[in-house]
Design a protein around this ligand. Sequence first.
Ligand code: R5P
Length: 267
Amino acid sequence: MDWGMKNRFARVVKPEDGRAVMLAVDHGYFLGPTSGLEEPRKTIEPLLPYADSIMLTRGVLRTSVDPNSHTPVVLRVSGGTSILKELSNEDITVSIEDAVRLNVSAMALSIFVGSEFEKQTLVSLAKLVDEGEKCGIPVLAVTAVGKEMARDARYLSLSCRIAAELGAHLVKTYYCEGFEEVVESCPIPVIIAGGKKTPELEALQLAFNAVRTGAVGVDMGRNIFQSDSPVGMIRGVRAIVHEKASVDEAYKIYESAKGGKARRAAG
Ligand code: R5P
């Protein structure tokens, strides 16, 4: 990696401990007004101080994030489909020039291994890596899963390894049983998505299990912004990822932030 690439990567995966807390708010690119993100600015603003980086589209970045913000940006640059159609039919949707103009720290693109448009998404990843290398911008490959695809270690290892082989600098996947195998067979750092909203304790346990078994962190969205205390959740997740907190300790952080909010509302 050259200096610019290393410098940008260090904004996403913190060199102090090699860990990353990425806040995912890019869901609207194929889901439209996702629950909790109807008014992106309102959701994003209170969470920014706790996120190492934020993953989002250029539309939400331009309309809903203060350009004076210091939080590094991971720009979603793939899309072109919606929940109503075949999800794997994605292309690159942002030029490298715009990514540079937006001063992003990384670019994110989904690959759909085993899906109808597998080849298109894998070739897009390779092209994006070529563009990123020219400008010193790292690429996050998102191992998206088709509706009929099992999220098991065999499949996720296949997807993560292909992403690494094609030159991605970081890969986002799902936590699964045997997650160590996924991490061990992938020569680039791995972060996990949070997935659908679950009870807070379960989401914190997921983050804990992932980092314990080799993930460098999380790229978590719904389990943060759909929580009854989004700030409490991101603080709890941060404590697990960066401060070696136990699940119980993280849950207490969440509960106390939630309690503080309830007390303020009552008072
Ligand atoms: C999904 O396509 C998006 O890239 C999300 O950023 C990703 O799934 C992480 O968000 P969540 O934690 O809500 O799964």
